[in-house]
Design a protein. Sequence first.
Length: 281
Amino acid sequence: MLLSDVNPYDINLKDTFECGQCFRWERIDDENTYLGIAHGKILRVEQDDNSIKLFCNKQDFLDIWYDYFDLGTDYNEIKEILRKDDIMNKAISSAPGIRILNQELFETTISFITSSNSNIKRITKNIKDLSMLLGEPIKEGYYAFPTIEAISTASICTINNCRAGFRCEYIHKSAGIIKNMSTDFNKSRFRDIGYQNAKKELMQLKGVGQKVADCIILFAGISSYAFPTDVWIKRIMENLYIKRTVNLDYVLKYGQEKFGNLAGYAQQYLFHYARSFSLKT
């Protein structure tokens, strides 16, 4: 599939895949070509100045990738609203092509449980190893993310082989909790019960606190009201907006009150901006 007349200000693969929201995309050949796995499919994506090429058939594009890349959302409208704030205007200009991917819920949940006190390189390796251990093979060297059943019924010794340390126990126990839930673990239900209730339910899982719950809600496409807040986002918000030292709960509330239902988009632009310019602009 060829997405022609694509403005790099509307979507930028590097900024989207390397911003810390996903862990199954790897750059190949050059900085504009990526190979990734989602929903049990492998996809190669290439970008040039005017187009993005997805190496898939039309049906897979319509069934999987259109939604995955959030192509039905008008990012120009989102950016126009956020740009009314001078700081956000600068932040968006630093990476206007970031998009929030609409990822599979269970994979996103386990990925961000794995992210606790870790880094992108290590998380990516842990998720790759977990998929090799328990996921269905797609082709040689490539595996789908494991199912709830596969992880919940595996032994903790097996899961320890993905080398995620103390997070292995969290992965195992959370998969078991999800398997035994009396309600469906899916996006539609979480959207229906609303942000606060979805977050409360996710925080019942082992290894899921406020920040991880907000990451799951945002990056699985449940609600853009989520504003993932950690010490790094706290520092950014204190430096750029609040101008004093506050706690994480204050930052979360401030971000959501200021940006409303666009809080998650704002968080991504601000995170990239601060990381790129070391808070000096």
